[in-house]
Design a protein around this ligand. Structure first.
Ligand SMILES: Cc1cc2nc3c(=O)[nH]c(=O)nc-3n(C[C@H](O)[C@H](O)[C@H](O)COP(=O)(O)O)c2cc1C
Length: 340
């Protein structure tokens, strides 16, 4: 495939007729996002949580994250930032659905010239010298766990003022996989450049942002539903979880398709469903790009719920309610335990 073909396959076609227009108008209600990032972020010297401050800061971080595709070659990521990210990579070794996830920071400056020639992003990413690579074993929930853990690291990078861009389609997977030294049965679902944004975006970046309508998000009522799975969930009905849902809505998704749907059941529990575009999700074989989106949504929800003082965990459930066109991914189990 040549560069443009690869980019077109990744971007695909808008799902519904109305989507393209909505993308252009780029509208959306202001969203309140909260999240408690890892470790000491937003805490005082004694390590006490300052929840309101955490929430305000985290809202800004989640809002601040956007895909960056053009990097400033003259400003490499320094050692302190790299070792902080390495720490985060270690802390995020297991996802909420129980799969082990493995990360590597790949410094292109340390790669031989021959290998460097193989590592490509079809011209989509410019100027990045550092990449975050994420691997997980094949198996149930692997993509979600990869999405969950990698988004946490990406948000930490955002805290440090670093840019990132989820890539699951437009990169040479086999060449990056060699750098990851995958073991039998392991996959490399996604990578992300990490670095400082360049002052000026490349033409291809401007094209990608416009093509995916990057800043646009579906209205609340198309994403979150009451127990019948059809009626939009009123924001007031979401109660104390309103911001956690808002954080899901603000998340990145492949080609900005936003396949996350959340249903509040009759007992008041939240369930995450995937509205899959089968062609798009299965175009990359075992790497299920929209299941990665689900993990990102789980990450945003749990960070924000925890920051709001409502910890809990995502659990896979055997008995779930079926809704046409939706696949159950996980249910939120509120509880006084450590969030996942
Ligand atoms: C799982 C996943 C895979 C993605 N793959 C690519 C990719 O291959 N190439 C690319 O340029 N952008 C990719 N993106 C970035 C999305 O296009 C972007 O997140 C979306 O348009 C929303 O824009 P934002 O990140 O600026 O909010 C991917 C995003 C996600 C979540």
């Amino acid at each position: 495939m040549d560069r443009l073909e690869e980019i077109n396959v990744y971007l695909g076609m808008p799902e519904e007729d109305g989507d393209a227009k909505k993308m252009e108008s780029n509208q959306g209600t202001p969203i309140c996002i909260v999240g408690l990032l890892l470790n000491n972020f937003g805490r005082d010297e004694e390590g006490n949580g300052k929840e309101e401050t955490d929430m305000e800061n985290s809202m800004e971080i989640i809002k601040k994250r956007e895909s960056i595709r053009t990097y400033d070659e003259a400003s490499p990521v320094d050692e302190a930032a790299r070792s902080w990210l390495e720490e985060c990579m270690k802390e995020n070794g297991v996802g909420p659905l129980g799969n082990a996830v493995r990360f590597r920071l790949l410094d292109l400056g340390k790669v031989s010239r021959d290998e460097l020639r193989q590592l490509g992003t079809y011209g989509v990413i410019r100027g990045a010298g550092l990449y975050l690579l994420g691997a997980v074993s094949e198996g149930a929930g692997g993509m979600e766990d990869l999405g969950f853990c990698m988004e946490r690291i990406i948000l930490e990078a955002t805290v440090l003022g670093l840019g990132s861009c989820w890539l699951a389609g437009t990169f040479r997977r086999s060449s990056f996989a060699r750098q990851m030294e995958l073991s039998e049965g392991e996959l490399l679902p996604a990578i992300s450049p990490i670095g400082y944004a360049a002052a000026k975006k490349s033409v291809i970046e401007r094209m990608m942002k416009k093509g995916a309508g990057s800043r646009w998000r579906k209205p609340w009522g198309e994403l979150f539903f009451a127990a019948d799975g059809k009626s939009p969930l009123a924001e007031a009905e979401a109660g104390i979880y309103r911001d956690a849902l808002g954080a899901v809505r603000l998340g990145p998704s492949a080609s900005n398709r936003q396949p996350w749907r959340i249903i509040k059941d009759r007992e008041g529990r939240f369930h995450l469903y995937l509205q899959e575009n089968r062609f798009f999700n299965r175009a990359l074989g075992k790497v299920r790009i929209q299941n990665i989106d689900m993990g990102i949504a789980m990450c945003h929800f749990s960070l924000v719920a925890t920051a709001k003082g409502m910890p809990g965990r995502w659990v896979r459930e055997t008995r779930t309610e079926d809704f046409p066109g939706l696949t159950h991914i996980a249910g939120w189990q509120a509880g006084n335990r450590m969030a996942n």
